[in-house]
Design a protein around this ligand. Sequence first.
Ligand code: KG4
Ligand code: ZN
Length: 338
Amino acid sequence: DKDVFILAIESSCDDTAAAVLRNNKVLSNVVAGQKIHEEYGGVVPELASRAHQQNIVPVVDMALKRANVNKKQLSAIAFTQGPGLMGSLLVGTSFAKSLSLSLNIPLIAVNHMHAHILAHFIDEEGFDKPEFPFLALTISGGHTQIVKVNSFFNMEIIGETTDDAVGEAFDKSAKIMGLPYPGGPLIDKFAKEGNPKKFQFTKPKVDRLNFSFSGLKTQILYFIQRNVLENPNFIEENKADICASIQHTIIEILMEKLKMAVAETGITQIAIGGGVSANSGIRETLKNAEGKYGWKTFIPKFEYTTDNAAMIGIVGYQKYLENRFNDASIVSKARIEF
Ligand code: KG4
Ligand code: ZN
């Protein structure tokens, strides 16, 4: 059979990304981040959409060039339909539509959250693919979900956050400590040198498989304020231990719910996805869960954890095989039914 070449575009938040896949293999994966948001302590939607407009053409050109693929070889264009920031999504959607029209090839809309999960089906040496059904823990700046994945296109959310996403818990904690956005990777970095049991935080009590992180954020805010009042250098002197303790608490919350989900479903294959799955503490804990609980855990290659277009491309490829195409009247969706 003929090779399938997919050009994938992701622009749901603050990263402009493009990737080229040959079947289930990634030939190129380009991400242009946006430094501009750092000084604002979070993503500014208006600035994000402007930067996407500026970046999208060079990023796509670079992805094609690195893959050594000509536009005329492409089989289809896949793009992120949502969920995400509307102004950001519009840039990728409009670009994908125009390109598919001009090349006269199919257009494929992809759900960003499905893509974080299905990134595990990218063919990568040293990475196994999960078998259906499996459980996915999707943890990002906007989402915290436990998903029962029955097949490529049949998934059920069995648990989710009732307030903040876990990425927000990392980023807001970091902000309280005076660290720049996004603080998640910095907490991860400092936590490596710290004592995770130095400071204790209470874990929220939430129904069944659901999560809550806003209480933890408030608890951390008061904890920092109280201590800084006594010692203005408290954060500087205890940075590693604070980060390690926060990270440890978050990991315990996630693991507790995962154990419940395994008990409830009887499924012991667990895949993680989303930006927060880049966290080294979470990766290590899940790796250890294989020996500890007899699970089989799937941890994505680092570059497929935070927002990227390769994950959009692998969903595009699966949809291509099933002729799941969209016409040019398709619209971006800030929120999307799972
Ligand atoms: O999936 P993603 O790139 O964008 C969304 O769809 O939200 O996730 C971004 C989130 C941010 O909250 C960021 O702080 C977090 O992922 N993150 C991390 C790490 N790397 C990224 N959180 C903890 N530890 C990390 N190493
Ligand atoms: Zn994401």
